[in-house]
Design a protein around this ligand. Sequence first.
Ligand SMILES: [Zn+2]
Length: 456
Amino acid sequence: MNTRSAGKRHVPGGVMAGALWIAAGAGWTSHVPPAAPSDPVAAPDFGGAICGEKMSTRAGRVPLLTILWDPHRPEHPAPPAAELDEKLYGSGPSVASWLSENSGGRFTIERAMPLAWRDADFKEDRYWGADPGDTDGNGFVTGHVEKWAEAVRKADENLDFAAFDTDHDGTLQPTELAVLVIIPQMGTFGTMRQPAGREVPAWEPLTVDGVVIPYVTEAYVGSPVNLGVLCHELAHLMLGAPDMYFSSAWTYAPGDLSIMDRSYTTTHLDPYEKLKLGWLTTTVVGGPGEFDLRDVERHNEALVLYDRARGPGEYFIVENRLRGTSFDAGAGAAGPGLAADGVAIWHVVEDPAIYGALTVPGVDPGDWGRRAVRLLRANGGNQWDDAGAVWNTPGVVRVGGSASLPWIDGTPSVFGIELLSGAGETVRIRVSVRTDVAPASQKQGASSTSLPSNTP
Ligand SMILES: [Zn+2]
């Protein structure tokens, strides 16, 4: 989908169609509040599929089956089942309350079955090894694949999986019943996998009670139990959230501002994922105006800066992050939170033709999570300084020295942002709209421009 076609640009002295598009003269028009700062009729549904579906709405309470499976490795003692139950489903810091807070009460999990440790059938070398010739004839050649099947089949002794197949299609999607296998380990790790009923002589899906289990997530939960790894891994399984961490330096890394980057924190999802999950109330801003933006942790609101002339292939999301008593403040020994309060500005590139053409070290062209969601860091791109990633003092936001937020090709967008107040429960934000930007025909093609160092 080409959303960048030329033809409609802001023209000094002109007025574009729609209430949003005010172009009363060259330069900044920030002191002219529009009659209608948002225009829900004209704007696309940013929570839906813009250039292909990335994630989709999640609502209600989804049952989560947690299987505690212990191979009794001496150096990795199992935490009490009650502690894990509290970390998953409890009313204190838990996955359930983290999901509820992130979604503004729209989505959470419920316990599918009481938690109890189950002993592995064999010792650890069986599961952390391989049996290439299937010498024991049990159909498994990979220890970990045997482990997932064994754990699910043990749970099947006490659970009717078919009862959760609400659409009766013979497959238990994670939106019907999510399956989590927890394994004791001092260090945290997690992964989402496709289990098998057998691997040889021919691969077969894992089927219990007549229904296929297409995915399981396994989590090595740490000691003390790390809440973040559970939230992160279950976000993959239950929300379809992508990873956002990088193996090398990246100017636009979300850092602590998204748990899909820093899995050991208890911080929130980034606003793009919340938007696609149907968890945000957004004000679409196409013209100049002033806005009181409340903290996203308690109010689930954000601004979407949308230039209709540019199209919905690129836009900006502005959120107000405030730790307070939220999960963004951390949860004690269960995981750290944000380093600072402030306004986070995200650049979203929805169009695969644009983000797929970027040069991002070590990242596949189709990896939209790492390519399409870019934090415009107040510190100029230092991904290890998250205290400096947000804007939290009054003044004009400058990115790369410019008061215009940059498009992906480095050219200035029409949008400028000024904080009229410092960090807090409500931040007053002035959005300015330039009317003197170059027409589209003078723009360069997409490239992998980096932000130069800047001073906010
Ligand atoms: Zn992950």
